[in-house]
Design a protein. Structure first.
Ligand code: FE2
Length: 342
């Protein structure tokens, strides 16, 4: 039977690869954005957010020295996760991630998608694609896209297909692709994989050809987002299926993304981290869906991973957590890095 030998949770925020002096590019969008943010389960406009959080003195945490220290610590944590991954030498890795309008455009958004390609390509953007992006996103491309040429990563069609069959036998209707899905290049921002996967390829795999199965969850886009309980049940089913697989493979499971953003909510993040450490699932799932929206919806990938790791006897610990504030209203990205090991 296959064994799950490692779990990793890793933030993938563009802010991690944006020089602190350029965070203003993100901040400008935050303060001008017509769309309200999600904060503590409610929709709030920037001015309301600023009024609500004014007494937290978050502007003090925008000090360049503090921000640079937090970025340096985040990169140390990513290096540590990458070393742990290399030391574990898993045969196959499952990545729970979320497309953010990069691979699936408005024509289709699968709820749960298991990808069974022989290979997956991570590609630099074309100049045309780069032009379609806001500058604060393009500037962070080095975090998840190849520097010059396309990088190819092997998939694992046998495991992917087995997981699809297991899911279909366990009340999950799954979208399956037997090759890399690519959005219409005339409209897409990339022709490669979404940043949730590209970040792991570059920062954790370090561009090594690791056999893997990407599993995409539509955490982000209404109206067909699975709720947190459903993501947990889905992950649990995936974990059980892996452990029942008639194969002696050693499998790693990675969650890409999170925690709270683009409004940093340290209380919420600490609760999530504590619930993961203590295995307190009731608590983990007790938050209203309003907490799991926008960037913070990526916490659902962590919840799915947490489900997959149940009964695997792996122990969880936090490598680091850094709140990266870019406005006095507390917009920014939180960056959490956790590991589950024997
Ligand atoms: Fe993301």
């Amino acid at each position: 039977m296959a064994t799950i030998v490692l779990g990793i949770g890793c933030a993938h925020a563009p802010q991690l690869h944006t020089p602190v002096g350029e965070w203003e590019l993100h901040a400008q969008r935050d303060t001008k954005d017509a769309e309200p943010f999600w904060y503590k389960g409610e929709r709030v406009k920037y001015a309301e957010l600023l009024a609500q959080r004014g007494d937290q003195n978050l502007g003090e945490q925008m000090d360049v020295k503090i921000c640079n220290e937090r970025i340096a610590k985040s990169h140390e944590a990513i290096d540590r996760l990458s070393e742990i991954f290399a030391d574990a030498q898993p045969d196959i890795t499952i990545i729970f991630g979320n497309d953010q309008g990069e691979m699936f455009l408005d024509d289709i958004r699968p709820v749960f998608s298991i990808m069974g390609g022989e290979k997956f390509e991570n590609m630099p953007r074309t100049d045309e694609q780069a032009k379609r992006l806001p500058p604060n996103i393009h500037i962070a491309d080095e975090g998840h896209l190849p520097d010059d040429e396309t990088k190819v990563f092997p998939g694992h069609p046998v495991l992917a297909r087995y997981l699809v069959e297991s899911a279909m036998n366990n009340d999950f209707d799954i979208t399956y692709s037997h090759r890399q899905y690519r959005a219409d290049p005339a409209h897409a921002h990339t022709s490669g994989m979404p940043h949730a996967y590209g970040f792991i390829y570059k920062q954790i795999f370090r561009n090594n050809p690791v056999p893997h199965v990407p599993i995409d969850i539509n955490t982000f886009f209404p109206p067909n987002q699975p709720d947190a309980s459903r993501c947990y049940a889905f992950g649990r089913m995936i974990g059980k299926a892996v452990r029942a697989w008639d194969n002696d493979a050693r499998v790693a499971v990675i969650a890409s993304g999170g925690l709270s953003h683009p409004v940093v909510d340290e209380d919420f993040d600490r609760d999530i981290i504590h619930a993961m450490e203590s295995g307190d699932l009731k608590y983990l799932l007790s938050y209203r869906e309003g907490y799991y929206q926008s960037g913070s919806s990526e916490i659902k990938s962590w919840i799915a991973m947490h489900g997959a790791l149940q009964d695997s006897y792996l122990k969880c610990h936090l490598i680091d957590y850094q709140p990266l504030y870019r406005t006095p209203a507390g917009t920014g990205s939180s960056a959490a890095f956790m590991v589950w090991q024997l």
